[in-house]
Design a protein around this ligand. Structure first.
Ligand code: ATP
Ligand code: MG
Length: 354
């Protein structure tokens, strides 16, 4: 089995964590008899510096042709001017659109030994194991019309929240499919008491639920969901929602764990390559020091193996090795330890099993 993987290390700590994660990915794939070919490309600030654009057509084409894409992080103070015409984040948006990855998955799980790092009370975190599915290519961030105008001396701005039923159906269906492998419950989050787009969301979600009679559907208003995430997170399993609500709720969910550096994400489409990246940013404050926590990126490679390469055993190998390393007390600096990125990665590789 041969697979082609595009690596987009990006900026800041991106190259450090991707470099380490690739060692784990290669070892885990090899253990399952798979051979990976890597093709490294630029994205974000480093691409702006070299090509004047955050994502070249060649890089996008390579990603579209690949079996999967592993990304580090983009951006940093060097490219922070909000007035600038070319910005690192444009590379990410272009990549998501270009790869047609309409669903962003963020598993949120807390290792029992890391519960003390969370801002929540320990008893609230016991048993937290959820996956948030965020619609990624529609809604308010992309809807037209969008813009600013001055009417009679008064400036106004407009954004449009638009979804069609197919855009809703495909992402909700993905959530129900995930629920089949889990605790058989989907919580769909909307604002159906005020938004027309949410009323369509609810209607289509009910239709999808009818295709999955063994899965329980719970509809929840987004304000309630924001509360539940901190008040009783262990009751949530698969949570699915539109783009902006998901943007906000995924960040809220990620701080439950108290460790940004540990959380992975996957962005998936109907078929074709998935895009895998840690949820943290480029962390300019620690870039170049070799101390970034590589586990979020390492766990992203587990998602890559599971969802794009369909190698669930290799994925489980990585997840178990990471769990074991944490159980054995191994910690990078962000978790109060002393290990460098490379040392932490060596420890994970040593626990991959044969
Ligand atoms: P972005 O705008 O790119 O999302 P951000 O402002 O959300 O960035 P991050 O770059 O994610 O911020 O960093 C936030 C804080 O978390 C920083 O202090 C950073 O050093 C720390 N951090 C982020 N990722 C890691 C990691 N993998 N290991 C250790 N610390 C990290
Ligand atoms: Mg951020």
């Amino acid at each position: 089995m041969d697979f082609n993987i595009v690596l987009l290390p990006g900026d800041g700590i991106g190259p450090e964590v991707v470099g380490q994660a690739v060692r784990v990915l290669t070892a885990a794939a090899q253990a399952e008899g798979a051979n990976l070919n890597f093709n490294e490309q630029l994205i974000g600030g480093c691409s702006i510096d070299k090509f004047g654009t955050a994502l070249t057509d060649e890089t996008l084409a390579a990603c579209q042709a690949a079996d999967a894409v592993l990304l580090g992080a983009v951006g940093g103070p060097k490219w922070d001017d909000p007035q600038a015409k070319v910005r690192p984040e444009q590379g990410l948006l272009g990549l998501r659109k270009g790869m047609a990855v309409f669903a962003n998955l963020r598993p949120v799980r807390v290792h029992p030994d890391l519960i003390s790092a969370s801002p929540l009370k320990p008893e609230r975190l016991a048993g937290v194991d959820m996956i948030v599915v965020r619609e990624l290519t529609g809604g308010l961030y992309f809807g037209q019309p969008k813009g600013r105008e001055v009417v009679d001396g008064i400036e106004r701005a407009v954004d449009t929240l638009v979804y069609n039923e197919e855009e809703i159906r495909r992402v909700v269906r993905m959530a129900f499919k995930l629920a089949e492998q889990r605790r058989k419950k989907v919580t769909s989050v909307d604002k159906a008491n005020v938004l027309e787009s949410s009323r369509l969301w609810r209607k289509v979600t009910a239709e999808v639920a009818a295709e999955f009679p063994e899965i329980e559907l719970e509809n929840m208003l987004v304000d309630t969901a924001a509360m539940r995430l901190v008040a009783s997170p262990a009751n949530l399993d698969v949570l699915v929602t539109e783009n902006m609500f998901g943007d906000i709720l995924t960040d809220e969910a990620s701080v439950l764990t108290g460790s940004m550096g540990m959380l992975p994400s996957a962005s998936l489409g109907a078929d074709g390559a998935g895009l895998f990246e840690p949820i943290h940013g480029s962390a300019p404050d620690i870039a170049g020091k070799g101390i970034a926590n590589p586990l979020g990126t390492i766990l992203s490679t587990a998602l890559l193996l599971r969802y794009s390469l369909k190698l669930p055993k290799a994925a489980a190998r990585i997840e178990q090795a990471v769990d074991q390393a944490i159980s054995d007390g191994l910690r990078t600096v962000d978790l109060g330890g002393k290990l460098t990125s490379q040392q932490m990665t060596d420890e994970v590789i040593a626990r991959l099993g044969s």
